[in-house]
Design a protein. Structure first.
Length: 602
């Protein structure tokens, strides 16, 4: 499958048409939703209203014809034209009523389709594997969804309520002209419209290159405007000149488009009106017929005036929707087995058995490692950057599947259980805590939305943040800001710990949870972590060795292999890698404390 990308990609013409067709087919599913009879009825009623509105529209020229023919009689009775005029007004009102009813009845269908597509895409993105998210920009994904939903709205509005009605009217008028007059009228009208549409499509596609050039030059000018404060303004002027040239060309091509469209319409009008006039002179047609033909053509050509803009916007909307539906087709790398069962959480023993893993064939990370975390015990993993520490926690959480070996929890291979049940049993406190731009209460409650308020406060007390929150003017209703920027690093970590406590998992993962904090804050957080991990199976990925001296076992990783293992004191006596790491960190911390004390001297 072609990988999804938010970058610009110019498909070939055939690929673009296939993408558009696939997108439209996908959209139809949401417009005709299974199990929603009420919405299906609305679709039928909206289409019926659309058709009736066009029937009334097409009938209006007949009223014009009747009025003109009555006025052309030598003995015209005023009541007869007045009746036709009243009928004309009633037809216009009826046409508007059908249009408004169509919009009223269809709005729930279109809004439901937009909502379902956006929600389906959002949920699908959440189900995609970590690898997908690491390779994509979050802002880019949100823009794909936003533009795709906007494209649906535009497409429904213009295709269903502009293009489709126009096609219906063209068909009806062509048939009427054939029946009322002869095939030449139908052929002339249809030929004019086909020429108009083809000309508009060709010129609009040609004009798109100038619009892209304008956008590129505009971005370049904005960039160089900033540079001009530091450099010369010659480069800025060159960028502006490029934009000026592209803008002039774009406007000139627009004038060409408008002129060409006008010429095609004029030729068509002249041809049809000439045939109608000839029919009046020969006695085959009345003056009313002449007026009726003219009215038909004007009604047809008016909606086509915006065809260039609508065509361009429809193409843009289809491209935006292509990207969104392409995103929906992207399959997760990690999926549940067909017969996946719920994880049966017991004591919480973790076993890594001969596990090997690499993010790619060229990048092997873990090499045949085996270790065990007994129930209620704490195992810490240390090592230099790139040794595979965080990879172990990602594998346990099943962001990735192992290449060889297996990982079990209470004897159950995590590949045989559902991801949802697995992740319910594991609580993670990461280095970079993610908080929602909401209240402190919401961010803690997110760990278990069904927990009563008393448990939320208990979790905050265990995380040693309850007192701080109570001291705030708004207490638990205090907004934390974007990604928790209104809180300090230590406060954010305590909120994350409280959230994990509220979740109540049997297994805990601390993935360098204190490495970004200062030494004083780290010690305070460490007390919270010790309290939380009591009687829970705990895996700690650590950078600072001072945070894991009480661990039941410490694993020292290097290049994906376990080089040393044991308790803190045992590893120091061994005098190996761990001992060297400890000495370096102790020396570094001593230097930091010395520098800090000098700065604080009066």
């Amino acid at each position: 499958m072609r990988s999804f990308s938010t970058s610009s990609f110019e498909p070939t013409g055939s690929e673009e048409r296939k993408n558009h067709l696939r997108t439209l087919k996908s959209l139809v599913v949401y417009l005709w939703p299974q199990g929603r009879l009420d919405l299906k009825i609305r679709v039928i009623l909206a289409l019926a209203s659309l058709a009736l509105a066009k029937v009334v529209t097409v009938y209006v020229p007949f009223l014009y014809k009747e009025a003109v023919d009555q006025l052309s009689l030598e003995e015209t009775l005023l009541v007869l034209p007045l009746g036709v005029i009243l009928a004309y007004g009633g037809a216009r009102l009826l046409q508007q009523a059908f249009v408004e009813f169509r919009d009223f009845i269809f709005v729930r269908v279109s809004q439901h389709a937009q909502r379902e597509i956006a929600l389906s895409t959002f949920r699908h993105v959440h189900r995609l594997s970590l690898k997908f998210h690491l390779e994509r920009q979050t802002g880019g994904l949100s823009r794909v969804i936003e533009r795709g939903v906007g494209g649906i709205q535009f497409l429904l509005r213009f295709i269903l309520f502009n293009i489709l009605p126009t096609l219906i009217e063209i068909t009806m008028v062509t048939v009427i002209l054939f029946v009322q007059f002869d095939w030449r009228f139908s052929a002339a009208t249809a030929g004019t419209i086909v020429a108009y549409v083809l000309f508009t499509q060709i010129i609009t596609d040609w004009r798109l290159q100038f619009r892209r050039t304008m956008n590129a030059k505009d971005s370049e000018a904005n960039t160089k405007a900033i540079d001009s404060f530091l450099n010369f303004d010659r480069r800025y002027d060159e960028a502006l000149a490029g934009y000026e040239k592209a803008a002039v060309t774009s406007q000139t091509s627009l004038s060409l488009l408008n002129l060409g469209q006008g010429a095609i319409v004029a030729v068509g009008l002249i041809l049809v009106m000439w045939m109608a006039a000839a029919g009046v002179i020969s006695g085959d047609n009345t003056i009313g017929d002449f007026v009726m033909v003219n009215t038909f053509l004007i009604q047809l050509y008016l909606p086509l005036n915006f065809l260039g803009v609508v065509y361009r916007e429809i193409k843009r909307s289809l491209v935006d929707m292509d990207k969104m539906f392409e995103l929906l087709e992207h399959k997760p790398d990690v999926v549940d087995a067909a017969n996946a069962r719920e994880l049966e959480v017991g004591p919480g023993q973790i076993d890594f058995e001969n596990v090997s893993f690499g993010y790619s064939e060229e990048r092997g990370i873990l090499k045949n490692i085996s270790f065990q975390v007994p129930p209620g015990k704490t195992v810490a993993i240390v090592g230099p950057s790139g040794s595979g520490k965080s990879t172990i926690s990602r594998l346990l959480f099943r962001f990735y599947d192992v290449d060889q070996g297996r990982i079990t929890i209470d004897g159950q291979d995590i590949r045989d259980v559902s991801q949802l049940s697995l992740r319910k049993a594991i609580g993670v406190v990461p280095q970079d805590t993610v908080l929602f731009n909401d209240t402190i209460a919401y961010n803690i409650h997110y760990g278990n939305p069904e927990a009563p308020w008393e448990q939320v406060q208990e979790a905050a007390q265990l995380a040693q943040i309850h007192g701080f929150v109570e001291s705030l003017p708004k207490g638990y209703e205090t907004e934390v800001g974007e990604r928790g920027l209104k809180l300090s690093g230590g406060e954010k970590q305590r909120v994350a710990i409280a959230r994990t406590i509220l979740k109540g998992p049997r297994i805990l993962i601390f993935d360098e949870a204190t490495s970004a904090l200062d030494s004083h804050t780290e010690k305070e957080i460490q007390e919270s972590l010790r309290e939380v991990s009591k009687e829970r199976t705990t895996l700690i990925v650590a950078h600072r060795l001072s945070t894991i001296i009480d661990a039941d076992e410490i694993l020292v990783l290097r290049q994906g292999e376990i080089m040393e293992r044991g308790r803190h004191a045992e590893l120091l006596k061994l005098g190996g890698e761990y001992s060297e790491m400890w000495k370096k960190q102790q020396k570094s911390e001593a230097q930091e404390q010395q520098a800090s004390s000098i700065e604080n001297q009066p």
